[in-house]
Design a protein around this ligand. Structure first.
Ligand code: NAP
Ligand code: ZN
Ligand code: ZN
Length: 347
């Protein structure tokens, strides 16, 4: 049977508030999940504020979901009631195109079905995300949370974790590689932890030195403030890989000048405004500018297993649902160390 559940939804770009939503009854392939924690990603804010185009209000955002299985359809083999599980940014895809077959469902030719603000092919409704008590998701898009990861800390791995792991993995960050991470926020701090775990040398590019001590404590080898104009000449041609997590449009030339010959700058930040670059900043050292979007389901599971084995957890601040609007303001001011996680029991 479908059920009504409590949620916290955006009713306009300015405001989130308590609402009730309906979750479908699990079909044969579905898993019903009682959500315990939901992370706040900057993408939630871009969406709530309609910065990426059309948002259908009211909308429940949240794609860093961690919870416990409370129902399974009759063909579900991967999960049983009581399992600790997670759901990230996607809840379905065509499963037939070349990218889906390669396990890169996030790049599905038909467009992956996103956890919120997407049309759900199973019932035609607009998908509603994790700031809610319960969600129903096809087993193919549900992740196993290793026992060693507490559920509150598992939540941010579902987006921030995989979004940094995937490019680090794809561009082969590892011993002997120098990696730069631009922006020390939710994504950025996971980038530092994961790049270190993979054995690379890591430098943080932050706007100021206010989080420097913390950055070095979390494993960064170097931490620089981009407000210092000398930084870019000092770090000229030093990096193999730089990942830009910044949520605003910043001048990329300066960072491209920090790449070695054939180095790669990977854009994961998704600002509302376009990025401007001069072609010469690419030509000069045959450097590449790339993008990367979350990661596939198998790759996400691999990242979770690595985090479970090496005890790599995000730094979180747990908040009640009533604090979401205030939390958004603090994220926009870079005043969170480093991810807000909503305790769903406060809903
Ligand atoms: P976040 O926690 O707000 O972190 C962004 C960081 O960027 C801030 O902490 C700040 O770092 C820096 N920053 C913010 N405004 C800046 C500005 N005007 N100039 C320079 N630096 C600035 O956000 P997040 O959750 O990590 O998400 C970051 C971006 O990635 C968002 O655009 C989000 O939508 C996108 N995203 C993309 C994917 C993907 O699959 N590609 C997945 C998830 C999120 P400092 O304080 O260190 O300067
Ligand atoms: Zn996200
Ligand atoms: Zn596909």
């Amino acid at each position: 049977m479908s059920k009504e559940v409590k949620a916290w939804g955006a009713t306009s770009p300015e405001k989130t508030e308590p609402i009730t939503i309906t979750r479908r009854a699990p079909d044969d392939q579905d898993v019903g999940i009682d959500i315990k924690f939901s992370g706040i990603c900057h993408s939630d804010i871009h969406t709530v504020r309609s910065e990426w185009g059309k948002t259908t209000y009211p909308l429940v955002v949240g794609h860093e979901i961690a919870g416990i299985v409370s129902a399974v359809g009759k063909n579900v083999t991967k999960f049983k009631i009581g399992d600790h599980v997670g759901v990230g940014c996607m809840v379905n895809s065509c499963r037939q195109c070349e990218n889906c077959r390669d396990g890169e469902e996030q790049y599905c030719f038909s467009g992956a079905v996103l956890t919120y603000n997407s049309k759900d092919p199973k019932d035609g409704t607009i998908t509603q995300g994790g700031y809610s008590q319960h969600v129903v998701v096809d087993q193919a898009f549900v992740l196993k949370v290793p026992e060693s990861i507490p559920l509150d800390k598992a939540a941010p791995l579902m987006c921030a974790g995989i979004t940094l792991y995937s490019p680090l993995n794809h561009w082969k960050a590892g011993p002997g590689k120098r990696v730069g991470i631009i922006g020390f926020g939710g994504l950025g701090h996971m980038g530092v932890k994961l790049a270190k775990a993979l054995g690379s040398e890591v430098t943080v590019f932050s706007q100021t030195n206010s989080k420097k001590e913390l950055g070095l404590r979390l494993g960064a080898d170097d931490y620089v403030a981009t407000s210092d104009p000398d930084v870019f000449s000092k770090l000229s041609r030093k990096f193999d890989l730089i990942i830009n997590t910044v949520s605003a449009s910043i001048p990329l030339e300066l960072y491209l000048s920090c790449l070695r010959r054939d180095g790669s700058l990977v854009q994961v930040g998704a600002p509302e405004k376009p990025l401007l670059i001069s072609p010469f900043s690419l030509d000069a050292q045959r450097v590449g500018l790339h993008g990367s979007m979350i990661g596939g389901i198998a790759e996400t599971q691999k990242m979770l297993d690595l985090c479970g084995e090496k005890l790599i957890f995000p730094e979180i601040e747990i908040i009640p649902a009533s604090y979401i609007d205030e939390a958004y303001e603090r994220v926009l001011r870079s005043q969170v160390k480093f991810r807000f996680v909503i305790d769903i029991s406060t809903m």
